[in-house]
Design a binder for this molecule. Structure first.
Ligand code: FUB
Ligand code: ZN
Length: 639
């Protein structure tokens, strides 16, 4: 690692977005998602599955009060993943074990949204939730409503499954974001009290556990960033160093040795610094890898960083969908083996692509190489955006690359593949994650170090640094033109990412290195950039069995797909002509194709298939399923 190349992103509160495309998404999240979830968290949406989230905090606050008054408090079992009125007492905890995280993610999204657009009403709503959350905190700092309501004696006894440290992580991330947005410390202080308890509980000469679902590691680093408290950093490092050591902590806490479960699911099969392949639950994985990148950078730990690199390369070269999705199997919501990237059975959780963006950003901040933000951009413009409907009112958890409605309905192996976005989910991890990512998209545009400002994404926006005030006017998605205006304060280097499958043209002199174009700036400048927005036919490695003889269409970072609404049923019978005569119009791509005649006989002696000409219409993948239920495919056969 070369410290001179380290950089740090310019956070959302220092970036003003001024982009038609992204402002619309950010506003949708603010006006639809955040306000819908505000009601959903309180179970105020008629006909929707109950969240219980705020109800749990209110129950916990009552328990805390009774404990303070020295009153007897009841005990209920804390032994399930999901609790409801049918399987537990009405006064007990309800919802998923990680239900608390929903409100923390909501607060984080609200915080970023307030940075983009201050809204007094939204702030009042967030403050109301913060008051409720803080009332639910035990005197010693502990804050997880499952155990506070059900059984105080059992805290930290099932780290593997029961998500206390995961909920803490989201609390801390929400608290840091809210503090950055408003300067108010109430939630931050609560998060720090819980963090102090965690730091006093876990460590070398203390409890040797680590989170079953990672995120606390990354969150502790964020808490360290705002408080400067080294204990937070040390505990984050401890969690990473301790993970996967033998004897396995998860065996110790369960009181028995693992037989079939070797903890790949939790990335705890071996110490992270010796891992080289992305395995297990995909969201957990990328949250861990993000923290590994953080810790390796802060401590200058080359060995840990080399593990990050190996894992990154494994994902990028063998486990990544063209759409920036990861986690190809429903079995454990997990990474599968190399090149196992089925289109119709894909899992591709929205949260996993969001976590991949976190990982990419941290890798880019350690070594500037365009490959990291190329992948982040893929994830952002494809899987993340496809996670939300165009009206912001429904969501995908799973993001397949091929859909046949009849299969989703009749084949239980494909039950997870929804053909229309859902209003909400009882396990509602993805929509609020998406809300916080889209609301903080400003954090992914610029990064800087002492002598360089990096432009990583081409979103119209502006920021002020000690080197220059920089604004980007981007027509990237329309025609590949980007203008960067620099009001120079001192000389520096401006590094512009050259997108994947593209060139960069500019009348200003630059040198390219690892996918960034470096411009020397010593005066006010206007730099016009032209990127390649030509339509590209993309081939997938022939190691991926699902895509043999097929191709996908991309324009810039956007992956396109075919939908039944434009191309009729049986999309698998379509193929792309050798000379497609592409036309790009109003955001759609038209191309020459052939439609194979459907066979009447199940088996017959082989003869050349009969095909008729047709004109194919491709739409951006992120726009699919906005016109009702229908077939969709990203890959098409080629002639
Ligand atoms: O376990 C918490 C969250 O729920 C995970 O990150 C998601 O994959 C979902 O399982
Ligand atoms: Zn999710």
């Amino acid at each position: 690692m070369n410290r001179n190349l380290f950089s740090k992103h310019i956070s959302n509160n220092r970036v003003k977005i001024n982009d038609t495309f992204w402002n619309e998404k950010i506003e949708l999240v603010r006006s639809e998602v955040i306000s819908y979830q505000y009601l959903a968290l309180q179970d105020k949406i008629e006909g929707a599955e109950k969240s219980y989230c705020i109800e749990n905090f209110i129950k916990a606050a009552k328990i805390v009060k009774r404990i303070k008054n020295g009153e007897e408090v009841p005990v209920y079992p804390a032994d399930k993943w999901q609790y409801d009125e049918n399987n537990s007492d009405k006064n007990a905890f309800h919802g998923w074990v990680f239900q608390d995280s929903d409100v923390y993610k909501w607060i984080e999204a609200a915080a970023f949204s307030l940075e983009n657009h201050f809204d007094e009403e939204l702030k009042k709503k967030a403050d109301k939730f913060i008051d409720i959350i803080c009332c639910a905190q035990l005197e010693n700092g502990y804050l997880d409503t499952l155990y506070i309501i059900n059984d105080r004696e059992k805290v930290f006894t099932n780290l593997k499954d029961y998500h206390e440290l995961y909920c803490f992580g989201h609390l801390a991330e929400g608290a840091v974001a809210y503090y950055n947005a408003t300067g108010e410390r109430k939630l931050l202080d609560a998060a720090c009290r819980f963090a102090d308890l965690i730091c006093n509980t876990f460590g070398k000469d203390k409890k040797r556990g680590y989170p079953g679902h990672e995120i606390a590691e990354m969150a502790l680093v964020k808490l360290y960033d705002v408080t400067g408290k080294s204990e937070y950093l040390e505990t984050a490092k401890f969690f990473i160093d301790e993970r996967g050591k033998k004897p396995y902590y998860f065996d110790i806490e369960r009181g028995r040795k693992t037989v079939n479960d070797n903890y790949h699911y939790n990335q705890a099969h071996k110490e992270p610094r010796y891992q080289s392949e992305a395995v297990g639950h995909a969201v957990r994985g990328v949250y861990l890898y993000s923290a590994m990148a953080d810790i390796s950078k802060i401590y200058g730990d080359d060995e840990l960083y080399s593990a990050c690199r190996n894992i990154w390369n494994n994902i990028e070269n063998k486990k990544l969908y063209i759409t920036g999705a990861i986690g190809s199997t429903v079995d454990g919501e997990a990474f599968s083996f190399d090149y196992d990237l089925p289109n119709d059975l894909a899992y591709c959780e929205t949260c996993a692509s969001i976590g991949l963006i976190f990982f990419a950003q941290r890798m880019a901040e350690t070594e500037p190489d365009s490959k990291y933000f190329n992948v982040a951009e893929r994830a952002l413009y494809n899987t993340v955006l496809s996670g939300m409907a165009e009206d912001g009112k429904s969501f995908f958890y799973v993001n397949p690359l091929e859909v046949l409605p009849e299969a989703s309905e009749k084949d239980s192996r494909k039950r997870h593949i929804k053909t229309v976005r859902q209003k909400w989910f009882s396990c509602a991890c993805c929509p609020p994650n998406l809300a916080r990512l889209i609301s903080s998209v400003g954090s992914y545009i610029f990064s800087e170090n002492e002598d360089t400002v990096y432009i990583n994404q081409f979103i119209s926006s502006g920021t002020e640094t000690d080197k220059a005030d920089i604004s980007i006017k981007s027509e990237y998605l329309e025609n590949g033109k980007v203008r960067v205006k620099v009001n120079c304060k001192k000389s520096f280097s401006l590094a512009v990412r050259i997108p994947e499958n593209s060139y960069i043209k500019s009348s200003h002199k630059f040198v390219s290195e690892k996918g960034y174009a470096y411009f020397d700036i010593d005066k006010n400048s206007e730099i016009d950039l032209q990127f390649d927005m030509g339509i590209k036919i993309i081939k997938c490695s022939n190691r991926v069995r699902a895509n043999i003889g097929k191709a996908a269409i991309m324009r810039g970072p956007v992956v396109y797909c075919l939908e039944e609404a434009d191309n009729g049923k049986n999309l698998h019978l379509l193929s792309l002509c050798k000379e497609p005569d592409f036309e790009y119009k109003d955001g759609f791509i038209f191309a020459n194709g052939l439609r194979e005649k459907a066979d009447e006989n199940l088996y017959s002696i082989y003869s050349e298939p009969q095909k008729e000409k047709c004109r194919l219409k491709f739409i951006p993948y992120y726009r699919w399923a906005n016109r009702g239920e229908n077939e969709m495919t990203v890959y098409i056969r080629t002639e």
